[in-house]
Design a protein around this ligand. Structure first.
Ligand code: SF4
Length: 562
């Protein structure tokens, strides 16, 4: 089928070249490394179970959080006299075995899985970080990303090169405060934290420990999740609730934004170290869209159910006539289920994911990169050939993986490809703990929706509106960060912010004028205009419309959007 010059009669895509501003080469390299999705930035876990060895519990906890970071893993444990830290590059299952876990003696521990945001991927930036100051030993693990790392390092007079990550800078500030609070057995860690935490700006869900206590901290916006669980005889802190399930803990509650929880032999205490005016809950909305495990509970909502609801809203918003609804494995599948359920179009599979491929592989050339998607996804030709497909994914960040996938579907004989995205266009880089690259790599930062549709080579393209997404999450009154979708950054981003800020790297901070106005794409509003969020390549046929109609107007916008 031929569509307005975008798809040839043979079905092969001849999508147009990328416009200036969009760095297709950088986007392709990044997509080859991470499959076209933002990379999560760490999972944290802590356990305090008096009288029990906890190394294996910590191992299970970070194993359940592996999806949040695959570059390095580490555990620190205390036997009451000493802290021992084991950490290395690689997956949890590669870093730990019975021998390494046996070295982690004690009944309290913290653990970490890392993907790098500030500070590159190398052993010295792996976590937990450890400090021994005066008579206090402590360890720290961090999920999130600070935006004032450079000024923290400078203010503290840290020499260039001595501190290479935001977590390292935090540990330095905490160490100094611990030193000023005296030479006791570790009781100085809590007052030291109360003193320095307000200096940290950005996203930080932390777990810390000294010889006798574990501590959890959530920044005043609560960008990243952190929850408290109860063991039969102990307590657990974790980034996500599945890490509680795996160790047999039951969920107690999420920590509040701006809360610090201290667990020691006397029980659990809650402290509020931040100024109340700073507390403004802004949980990352992308935890619901993509980052969190589907079996997680956030804001009291199940993440999988929220994703199914996103697909239902998308079907209401942007109906289409088609033969099959398929999700892009794995993260697009719940929304595809929702789309199918609401539209009445059969749900099925069009792509099979290679379960054994690693998160990263070497792709030295454009040619090799284009093969990358074929290493990860393989088409089910019998389901695709001749079919009008609704292809549902949770997001498009850089677009090169999506483009290659669409081409693969065309080559497998798809009659039509209607792309539906269960979140709004991803237009702004994240500085709060997700690595999305620069604006030049972000597809929607450089193209309007109709241009994206043409670039991807799909028949129609529609993004779920922000209000539909928030409605699908179903947490009325809850605060969310939406900066990557709207440009509305809850914590201002200094110009020097960026992943390599302490290592001589370049900045990827957004342009200040557009950052604070938030008007670049919204005509004065941070909300997306409807016509940007749903674009069809072809004009709707007369009499079309309604669910199941491939020629139905998109959002009432009607024709081909261009
Ligand atoms: Fe999440 Fe986007 Fe905010 Fe980053 S900018 S914290 S990815 S909502």
């Amino acid at each position: 089928m031929c569509h307005d010059g975008i798809v040839t009669p043979s079905g092969a895509s001849r999508a147009p070249a990328a416009p200036p501003g969009y760095d297709a080469s950088a986007a392709a390299s990044a997509d080859a490394a991470d499959g076209g999705k933002p990379r999560e930035a760490c999972g944290v876990f802590a356990v305090h179970a008096p009288g029990q060895p906890v190394a294996h519990l910590a191992y299970l906890g970070i194993y359940a959080l592996q999806h949040r970071g695959q570059e390095s893993a580490g555990i620190a444990a205390s036997d009451g006299d000493h802290l021992t830290v084991v950490k290395d590059m690689g997956l949890v299952s590669n870093v730990f075995d019975d021998r390494t876990l046996a070295a982690l003696d004690g009944d309290l521990a913290i653990g970490h899985t890392r993907y790098s945001t500030t500070g590159s991927s190398m052993w010295k930036n792996s976590q937990p970080v450890f400090r021994d100051v005066e008579h206090t030993q402590f360890a720290l693990a961090h999920n999130g990303n600070l935006v004032n790392t450079a000024s923290l390092a400078e203010e503290a007079g840290m020499l260039p090169g001595t501190v290479s990550s935001d977590t390292d800078a935090m540990a330095e500030w905490i160490s100094r405060a611990v030193g000023e609070h005296g030479v006791d057995d570790g009781g100085s860690l809590v007052p030291a934290l109360c003193e320095v935490l307000p200096r940290f700006e950005g996203a930080f869900s932390l777990v810390l420990m000294d010889r006798s206590r574990i501590i959890g901290v959530r920044d005043p916006r609560g960008f990243r999740p952190l929850c408290l669980g109860k063991l039969d005889s102990g307590w657990v802190l974790a980034s996500e609730t599945p890490a509680l399930d795996i160790v047999g803990a039951h969920f107690v509650r999420e920590l509040d934004p701006g809360e610090m929880v201290v667990v020691d032999a006397s029980g659990v205490r809650s402290l509020r170290p931040f100024d109340e005016v700073e507390v403004d809950p802004r949980l990352c909305l992308f935890e619901f869209v993509y980052f969190a495990r589907p079996d997680s509970q956030l804001y009291g909502r199940n993440v999988h159910q929220a994703r199914v609801h996103m697909g239902e809203r998308l079907a209401d918003q942007s109906p289409v006539r088609a033969d099959l609804v398929m999700g892009v494995p794995e993260s697009g599948i719940p929304a595809a289920e929702g789309f199918a359920r609401r539209s009445g179009i059969p749900f099925g599979h069009g792509l099979v994911k290679n379960r054994y491929i690693g998160r990263t592989f070497i792709a030295p050339s454009q040619e090799m990169r284009s093969l990358g998607v074929r290493m990860k996804l393989n088409p089910l030709r019998d389901n695709i050939a001749g079919a009008r497909l609704v292809v549902v994914d949770d997001s498009i960040v850089r677009g090169t993986t999506t483009r290659a996938m669409v081409q693969m579907l065309r080559e497998s004989g798809a009659a039509e490809v209607h792309m539906r995205i269960s979140s709004p266009p991803y237009r702004w880089p994240c500085f709060y703990g997700m690595d999305t690259g620069t604006r030049g790599e972000l597809l929607a930062a450089n193209m309007e929706v109709d241009e994206i549709r043409d670039y991807l080579g799909v028949d129609t393209l529609s993004y779920l509106h922000l209000d539909g997404l928030l409605d699908a999450v179903g947490a009325p009154g809850a605060g969310f960060c939406t900066a990557c979708l709207t440009g509305d950054y809850p914590v201002p981003i200094p110009p020097e912010a960026g992943k390599g800020v302490l290592e001589g790297g370049t900045t990827s901070a957004p342009e200040p004028q557009s950052l604070f106005q938030g008007t670049m794409f919204g005509g004065g509003s941070s909300e997306l205009p409807a016509q940007e969020a749903a674009v069809a390549l072809r004009s709707p046929a007369a009499g079309g419309g309604g669910p199941g109609d491939a020629t139905a107007p998109e959002d009432g916008e009607g024709s081909n959007g261009g």
